[in-house]
Design a protein around this ligand. Structure first.
Ligand code: AMP
Length: 416
């Protein structure tokens, strides 16, 4: 099988490592890829937002499967364009990707499917926003209705800041605050059959102790030692299958990766958000533990044969990833600095580039690299991930020092 992988971040580097470890994958092409992915794939340039260009590249590279990493191309209709050429695509249609592309659409589907989630209002002017904020009270949750690369959400006690974010976004979803630890559950689906991966937890805030603004994600670990034993079955029954059934009922089945972001509240798991693709950086830890060949699994989902796929096999132990971010991230990051120590197994490239003149590795994004490690215990995986991060040299770099710490220490509790 020849696979074309679309994207160039840390998630795609992790997907590339998984795909090239699958003996059924004979050729891996990544577009645009990154310097880390270049070690395991042939890189091609493409505009991921241009469905016709991606479909043409899939034909030209004789791909049997196109794996679409980021949400932008999905919402733009890349999966539809690839399938129209008769090539299997892992990723939902543009219509189905609205589960991520529009918070209002996602809320509609959840309501119709009876999925437990936060109460919410869509607001497009100051008066309705203010009324919604006052109904729910602080902490206020205001979400940009459109795609915002994981950074469109403001959670704050400051009513004026909540109103200001709404004014900046135009159309927002204001919702009730959900208190409780968060879980990311990835589900591979062909629209009907659905296979959950291991639950993971990510760290959205930039600073230790969850201080500072939201980011694309500063680290992750899996599995979750504190999660109730029936959690995955419960979420599959109460969230995933009803959502997939509602999408089929609407004539827009969702096939690809359904990312369920949950809060473990006193009233039970509640959906915070859906995404239409693998999460970054949770993918790095989940795939580090997946023993089942990745290409075969994604191909089964892309070809409607997931019901026949054998049960997943997982490695023992745990995985932790810690993101090394550029100075000033999640504001406009400082880029163009030389990175050292990144050419080691376990260092995933997220925002890197090669300098043409001398091949030096440079920072080229907010999240630059991640140190990803496995270990027999969560504590061992954590130590190993931080050892990788300690070996990275990058001027002005920042990373959280508390990734997976509360889980290792048994300090995570679900409210009662
Ligand atoms: P989202 O982009 O919807 O995942 O939101 C980003 C982050 O904001 C989530 O991971 C949560 O940490 C936080 N968040 C979003 N919605 C809520 C909510 N209703 N209650 C509490 N926190 C939330």
């Amino acid at each position: 099988m020849r696979v074309l992988l679309l994207g160039g971040g840390g998630r795609e580097h992790a997907l590339a490592l998984g795909l090239c470890a699958d003996p059924a994958v004979e050729g891996l092409i990544a577009a645009p890829g990154n310097p880390g992915i270049a070690g395991v794939a042939e890189l091609r340039a493409v505009d991921g937002a241009d469905p016709a260009a991606v479909a043409a590249l899939a034909v030209e590279t004789r791909a049997d499967l196109v794996v679409i990493g980021p949400e932008g191309p999905l919402v733009a209709g890349v999966a539809d364009a690839v399938r129209a050429k008769g090539i299997a695509a892992f990723g939902p249609s543009a219509e189905a990707a609205r589960l991520e592309g529009s918070k209002t659409f996602a809320k509609d589907v959840m309501t119709a499917a009876g999925v437990p989630t936060a109460r919410a209002y869509t607001c497009a002017d100051e008066a309705s926003t203010a009324a919604a904020l006052d109904e729910f009270g602080p902490p206020y949750v205001v979400k940009n209705d459109g795609l915002a690369a994981g950074k469109g959400v403001v959670v704050t006690d400051d009513r004026a800041a909540a109103l200001a974010h709404a004014a900046e976004c135009g159309r927002v979803v204001v919702e009730e605050y959900l208190a409780g630890p968060e879980v990311s559950l990835f589900v591979v689906t062909d629209g009907e059959a659905a296979v959950p991966l291991l639950p993971a937890q990510d760290f959205k805030r930039v600073g230790d102790g969850d201080a500072g603004p939201n980011t694309g994600g500063m680290g992750a670990y899996a599995p979750l030692p504190w999660a109730p034993s029936g959690l995955v079955d419960e979420v599959m029954a109460d969230v995933v299958h009803p959502t997939l059934a509602e999408m089929r009922r609407r004539g827009t089945p969702f096939a690809g990766l359904l990312y369920v972001g949950l809060a473990m509240t006193a009233a039970g798991p509640r959906v915070i958000e859906f995404n239409a693709r693998f999460g970054d950086p949770e993918t790095q830890v989940v795939l580090a533990l997946l023993e089942t060949p990745l290409g075969g699994l994604l191909h089964a989902a892309a070809t409607g044969t997931l019901a026949d796929h054998p049960p997943l096999r997982w490695r023992d132990g745990a995985a932790v990833t810690v993101v090394v971010a550029a100075d000033n991230y999640p504001g406009t990051p400082r880029t163009g600095d030389v990175i050292t120590g990144a050419d080691r197994p376990g260092v995933i490239h997220a925002g890197t580039a090669r300098r043409a003149a001398d091949g030096a590795l440079l920072s080229a994004g907010g999240r630059v690299v991640c140190g990803t490690a496995t270990g027999p215990t969560l504590a061992a995986a954590r130590d190993a991930a931080y050892a990788l991060v300690g070996g990275i040299g990058l001027a002005g770099a920042q990373h959280r020092t508390d990734i997976a710490a509360a889980a290792v220490d048994g300090r995570i509790t679900i409210p009662r």
